[in-house]
Design a protein around this ligand. Structure first.
Ligand code: HAM
Length: 433
């Protein structure tokens, strides 16, 4: 029996039709990133395992359950990247971009596949794609807000409405040390009722328990102390400034004091932009998320240099755009369909489509020896602006018939003119009358 191959679980083929939406998303993002003066960085799709294990946190789901890690033939422990930030920070340090030669903040963006061994469902895959930004070298709360504003701006440019910005702060180290102890004190009396994951995390990283997916864990943490009651004066000042800057830009937000993130490197501002869509199940789904990660550069061997950024899940974004029926512009409409009548015209037809393309227009022709009627039908179906028809008679006369599909107007044009300057032919032939 013939072997049937299937794509690996949790992956997707993005086919023509859908890839147009992806290109629109990417082009819109690139344009907007240029407006905000972020430049592209491209880092490898795999890194040394430690790049992720040191940064994501050894109690995080990403490290404990979801890494695509492996030994290569040289016995190196590598991992496909589960997210973009760690690799960018590694590159920032390795290339000494923290030095005085680079402008601060150092602002970069990236787009590409990420890999997490998760249970696939709508909007969740094992190979998924992120568009992300990172900005290094400034502690200013206004920079947090620039990053958030960029995220909001991007999503609304892409046609998403019903967005909700959830905001929280994890404060500085002192804040978290104090809060951590308070959480442990609160959770310890419930130890026996906690899920196995949460039992392990209680002493290693109690904040993780707040993010537990377990129903009973969630009931317990409802009454947990709030991190907002443990902020140091510095952390409070930073958070107040973030809120004031969002207010100044007219960006609405909800402070969600119970929000924690799935990655351990955050401090101070964390945020999630959620969209309401039945397409992705009940309620709000997080489409874009990020925050500040002061200390991460140092963690990977660089100087003490702050950072802030976000990651946007492109699969979720595309599902939301489809649900909102966002219109995708057709960037490559068909200018000319060349119709060849009879086998003898095939060579000339080939030269004609090539000449039209070299003149900077889009052109296509038949390669299946279809009858003229079928070729015209194809031209119509493809929405061609013009047809250029050549049969034996025209070939003998060294002409072709150019027809405007919009007006039905048709003119006979010397092949020599077409080969010399097709754009000029189009511009002059139909306006003269
Ligand atoms: P994250 O919250 O782990 O953050 O992921 C960001 C976004 O990626 C999520 O909100 C979601 O839309 C998408 N995403 C995550 N996992 C999957 C999946 N399995 N399938 C489909 N989409 C997914 C980060 O990754 C951080 N690096 C963001 C960041 C950048 N923070 C600072 N700078």
């Amino acid at each position: 029996m013939l072997m049937r191959y299937q794509r690996p679980k949790g992956t997707a083929d993005i086919l023509p039709g859908d890839s147009q939406t992806w290109q629109f998303v990417e082009a819109t993002a690139r344009q907007l990133f240029a407006n905000y003066r972020f430049e592209e960085i491209r880092t490898p799709m795999f890194e040394n395992f430690e790049v992720f294990s040191r940064t994501s946190g050894d109690t995080s789901d990403i490290v404990t359950k979801e890494m695509y890690d492996f030994k290569d033939k040289g016995d190196r422990h590598l991992s496909l990247r589960p997210e973009g930030t760690a690799g960018v920070v590694r590159a920032f340090v390795e290339n000494k971009l923290y030095g005085p030669e680079t402008q601060k903040p150092y602002k970069v963006y990236y787009m590409g596949p990420m890999f997490r061994y998760e249970r696939p469902q709508s909007g969740r895959q094992r190979q998924f794609h992120q568009i992300g930004v990172e900005a290094f070298g400034s502690d200013a709360p206004e920079l947090d807000v620039e990053v958030i504003a960029l995220g909001m701006n991007l999503l609304s440019k892409l046609g998403l409405t019903h967005l909700r910005l959830a905001l929280n702060t994890l404060g500085d180290k002192e804040t978290r040390d104090n809060y951590r102890q308070a959480l442990i004190d609160f959770l310890e009396p419930h130890f026996d009722e906690l899920s196995d994951d949460s039992k392990v995390r209680l002493h290693k990283n109690p904040l993780r328990v707040l993010d537990s997916k377990d129903k009973h864990d969630q009931e317990i943490v409802v009454d947990a102390p709030s991190i907002l009651d443990f902020l140091t004066p510095d952390a409070t000042a930073h958070f107040d400034r973030v809120k004031a800057s969002l207010d100044a830009l007219g960006i609405a937000y909800d402070v969600d004091a119970t929000m924690v993130r799935g990655l351990d490197y955050y401090n101070h501002t964390i945020f999630e932009i959620m969209a309401d869509s039945p397409a992705l199940g009940e309620g709000y789904t997080t489409v874009l998320a990020g925050g500040r990660y002061n200390g991460l550069v140092e963690e990977l061997g660089g100087p003490d240099m702050p950072g802030v950024g976000f990651g946007l899940g492109v699969e979720r974004l595309v599902l939301l755009m489809q649900a909102e029926k966002v219109a995708i512009p057709n960037d490559h409409p068909l200018d000319v369909y060349v119709v060849g009548i009879g086998d003898d015209t095939s060579l000339e037809t080939l030269k004609l489509v090539q000449a039209i393309r070299q003149a900077g227009l889009t052109a296509d022709r038949d390669y299946l020896s279809r009858k003229p009627k079928a070729q015209f039908k194809t031209a119509n179906r493809l929405n061609a602006a013009y047809t250029l028809t050549i049969g034996d008679q025209e070939l003998a006369n060294q002409t072709a018939n150019l027809k405007s599909m919009a007006t039905g107007e048709e003119v006979s044009v010397p092949l020599a003119d077409i080969y010399q300057d097709f754009q000029n032919v189009v511009a002059t032939q139909f306006t003269a009358k």
